[in-house]
Every structure is written in structure tokens, then in C-alpha cells.
Ligand binder design. Structure first.
Ligand SMILES: *[C@@H]1O[C@H](CO)[C@@H](O)[C@H](O)[C@H]1NC(C)=O
Ligand SMILES: *[C@@H]1O[C@H](CO)[C@@H](O)[C@H](O)[C@H]1NC(C)=O
Ligand SMILES: *[C@@H]1O[C@H](CO)[C@@H](O)[C@H](O)[C@H]1NC(C)=O
Ligand SMILES: *[C@@H]1O[C@H](CO)[C@@H](O)[C@H](O)[C@H]1NC(C)=O
Ligand SMILES: *[C@@H]1O[C@H](CO)[C@@H](O)[C@H](O)[C@H]1NC(C)=O
Length: 371
């Protein structure tokens, strides 16, 4: 316990140092700004390089990265031509409490297994070969698993987790209207500082349980019907597609519970598509916070946009906004008066990775493997 605390303290200190250094670096006025991660993959890579170059010679960065010398790579292959035939077996092979990065390369295939990454296994990267050909699939529901929390096809409680080019699916059938216990989570994440790059999340009710922590979802595909991005996470979703497959639900159910909480969902340069009419969000938490910026919305958004979870006192406490969204569903006509179009000043905190303090950790956890 004490050891763990000391470790966290050290890590926090080095992150703080890096944070301060990055501020100096950005003040120098480089062509790439430290917080503008860019819209295209090339720009993103340039940004990662820029941040790494800026700090790699500094002791704080070295301290953080010295453990990379211990990184190892294993291959998971269904047909037996790798080190393991299941992802869970690869996870199980990592010692508890290990701080050595492990890259798990997952060969194409449909992995029918329930995967758990426990809190004591930090620095794991799962890398598939593409989100349409590499998938983790299970089919528990809240009823079959005894809770929504336990229904997840994959649960990640570890810190510094990265997933790239892989999909996570809950294949439980679409619930009939009014059916109970049919929440079926594809992925649940409670570990801090996770990156999902080019991943898929597929399910119906409660697809993506963004439970808590700071997370960056980049160029992902998220499919569901009701509350399909939900939880108390502090997350940035950039360049993602949200695809609606059933009627009458809500894209998000963000759970921020106090006005002092820093949780919230930011959707930047995303696309909302599908075939049915939904709310952008509903107020699972009294201080629920969700903003959509530069997002294209198909004609599938209810004009009022947002729902107060049946509690009108939440109208005054939620923070729901849009900024420069476009497309036939983007409004603003008919939007509920307690949501708003953000001013330039209000939008600013949500337009960069600073919202999740991303420039202090995203370049550090993104694998140096090619992508
Ligand atoms: C979002 O898209 C807009 C318009 O295409 C672009 O100008 C802007 O740079 C993008 N922002 C980010 C952070 O990618
Ligand atoms: C590498 O791993 C070993 C065994 O877990 C550990 O004792 C050592 O401190 C690690 N080295 C670095 C640089 O993290
Ligand atoms: C994984 O398989 C490769 C190739 O057979 C082998 O060289 C390597 O030692 C294996 N790694 C582990 C951790 O078993
Ligand atoms: C990720 O998937 C895309 C196709 O979806 C592919 O072009 C790319 O090479 C993949 N990257 C890696 C590192 O596998
Ligand atoms: C999951 O799928 C299996 C195999 O198709 C089936 O036997 C089981 O009942 C399903 N579980 C749930 C909760 O639907």
C-alpha cells in the first residue's frame, strides 16, 4: 500500500514536471502547438513527435520512460501461431503489480471471450489489425451477469491502457421495449489515462461504460441504442462516429454528480449517424456535462436535444452545449432553453486535449510501435 502510494506520488510529480516543461516548450512558438493535436492521422503523429522531441532529453521524461527498456511484445492468434490463443491468457501471463509495458498484438479473428484487465496491470497495449477484422465478443446482460457493471465484454481497471485497431462487442440481442435487465456493456473502463485509437464499440443498450478517469477516444466507431456512451468519465472523443441503431434513446448519459467534479464528455469533430430519433444526452447525474463541437449531426436528433431524466430541477444544474455543429440534426431550432450554443470563450476549454490534460500523458502512453 505504502509502496503503491509512493509510486503514485513519484509519477504525479514527474507528470507535473513534464506539464510545466510542456508549457515552456509551447511558449517557444513552434509550428505545432502543444495542445492542437490535429484533425488527420498525419497531424496527430506530428503532434506526438513534437511533444516527445520537446521533452525526450529531459530527466523527467527519461524517468517516466526508463521502464520502456523492459517492454515486451506477445502475439495472440486464434489458430495457435502466436504465444497465446486468447487475449485473457496473455493478460494472465503478466505478473500482478508489473509496471513493465506489454504490447499484445492480436491477430485477426473473432475472440469469443470475456476479458478482464485488473487494476494491478498497468501499461498494457492491445493492438489489433483493424476494427472490422479483430474483435472481442461476449454477450452478457445485466440480468445474466447480475449487474450492468459485470455485463461488460471487456473491463479495464488498469492505468495507462491503450487499445488500437480492435473492436469490442456485446452481442446480446437488441432488447424489446420495456424489457428489464438488458443493459449489455461492450467495454467498461475505470482506469485512468487510457487511449483508444481506431477502435470499435458495438452493442445496444449501454455500449460504452466510460466509468471514470481521463480517456482519449480517437477515430473510433461507437454503435448502440440507449445511453450508449455513459458514466462519470472525463473524456475527449475526437473524430469518432456515433451510430444509432434503435429508437427513442439517448446518445449519452453522463453522470457528473457535483458541481465541483471535473468529469464530462467532449465530442470534437465527430459524426452522428443512424436511423432513429434520439436525444444528445440525458442527465444521469445532477450536474451532467456533455458538449458537442464541430460535429456533424444527421437528421436523427430530437429538436429539444436534451432530456433532464424526468427531474426538472436538473435543468438548472446540467451543462449541455454545442459549438459550430452542422448538418440537418444540429439545430439550433427547438433546442431546450437550458442547453446552449457555446461562445468562442466557452468553447475554448473543450477544443484541445488540455481538457483531459492530454499533452501530459497521451504522448507517453501511445506506443512507439508503428500505427
Ligand atoms: C475540427 O474540424 C474543423 C473543421 O473541419 C477544423 O478546422 C479543426 O481543425 C478540427 N479540430 C480539431 C481539433 O481537429
Ligand atoms: C525491469 O524489470 C525488472 C523486473 O521486473 C525490474 O526489477 C527493473 O527495475 C525494471 N527496470 C526498469 C528500467 O524499469
Ligand atoms: C512468443 O513467441 C515468440 C516466437 O515463437 C518467442 O520468440 C517469444 O519468446 C515468445 N514470448 C513469450 C513471452 O512467450
Ligand atoms: C489499423 O487498421 C487499418 C485498417 O483499418 C490499417 O490500415 C492499419 O495498417 C492498421 N494499423 C496497424 C498498426 O495494424
Ligand atoms: C450468449 O450466447 C450463448 C451462445 O449463443 C447462449 O447460450 C447464451 O444464452 C447467451 N447469453 C445471453 C445472456 O444471452
Amino acid at each position: 500500500m505504502a509502496h503503491n502510494l509512493a509510486h503514485r506520488l513519484l509519477l504525479t510529480m514527474s507528470l507535473l514536471q513534464i506539464f510545466l516543461i510542456l508549457h515552456q516548450v509551447s511558449a517557444v512558438g513552434d509550428p505545432v502547438s502543444s495542445d492542437q493535436v490535429g484533425n488527420t492521422e498525419e497531424e496527430f503523429k506530428a503532434w506526438l513527435d513534437h511533444i516527445r522531441k520537446g521533452v525526450e532529453s529531459l530527466p523527467a521524461f527519461k524517468q517516466f520512460f526508463h521502464r520502456n527498456k523492459n517492454a515486451s511484445t506477445v502475439v495472440v492468434d486464434l489458430k495457435g501461431s502466436g504465444n497465446f490463443t486468447s487475449i485473457q491468457k496473455a493478460i494472465d501471463s503478466i505478473p500482478f503489480g508489473s509496471k513493465n509495458p506489454v504490447y499484445i498484438i492480436v491477430n485477426p479473428g473473432i475472440y469469443r471471450e470475456k476479458v478482464v484487465i485488473p487494476r494491478t496491470k498497468d501499461f498494457i497495449t492491445l493492438q489489433g489489425h483493424g476494427r472490422t477484422n479483430t474483435m472481442v465478443v461476449w454477450n452478457d446482460t445485466a440480468a445474466s451477469a447480475t449487474s450492468t457493471y459485470l455485463s461488460a465484454s471487456i473491463s479495464v481497471d488498469a492505468q495507462y491502457f491503450v487499445a488500437m485497431n480492435i473492436s469490442f462487442q456485446n452481442s446480446a440481442p437488441q432488447p424489446t421495449p420495456g424489457a428489464e435487465g438488458q443493459q449489455a456493456v461492450a467495454l467498461r473502463i475505470s482506469g485512468d489515462n487510457a487511449v483508444f485509437y481506431g477502435c470499435g464499440f458495438i452493442g445496444h443498450q449501454d455500449t460504452l461504460y466510460d466509468q471514470k478517469g481521463e480517456h482519449y477516444f480517437r477515430d473510433c466507431y461507437i454503435e448502440g441504442s440507449i445511453d450508449f456512451v455513459f458514466g462519470n468519465g472525463r473524456s475527449m472523443y475526437q473524430g469518432c462516429e456515433l451510430h444509432v441503431v434503435a429508437t427513442g434513446g439517448s446518445l449519452t448519459a453522463q453522470k457528473r454528480a457535483r458541481d465541483t467534479s471535473d468529469s464530462g464528455f467532449v465530442f470534437l469533430n465527430c459524426t452522428i449517424s443512424g436511423r432513429d430519433v434520439v436525444y444528445l444526452g440525458r442527465a444521469w447525474g445532477r450536474y451532467s456535462r456533455v458538449v458537442f463541437l464541430y460535429t456533424y449531426m444527421e437528421n436523427i436528433i430530437k429538436p429539444e436535444g436534451w432530456h433532464n431524466w424526468g427531474d426538472p430541477t436538473r435543468d438548472a444544474t446540467v451543462y449541455y452545449g454545442q459549438y459550430k455543429c452542422f448538418g440537418p440534426g444540429a439545430g439550433p431550432n427547438g433546442r431546450t432553453p437550458w442547453s446552449h450554443e457555446l461562445s468562442d470563450e466557452e468553447a475554448k476549454p473543450f477544443l484541445s486535449l488540455n481538457f483531459i490534460q492530454g499533452n501530459t500523458w497521451v504522448p507517453l502512453v501511445m506506443p512507439t510501435l508503428n500505427f
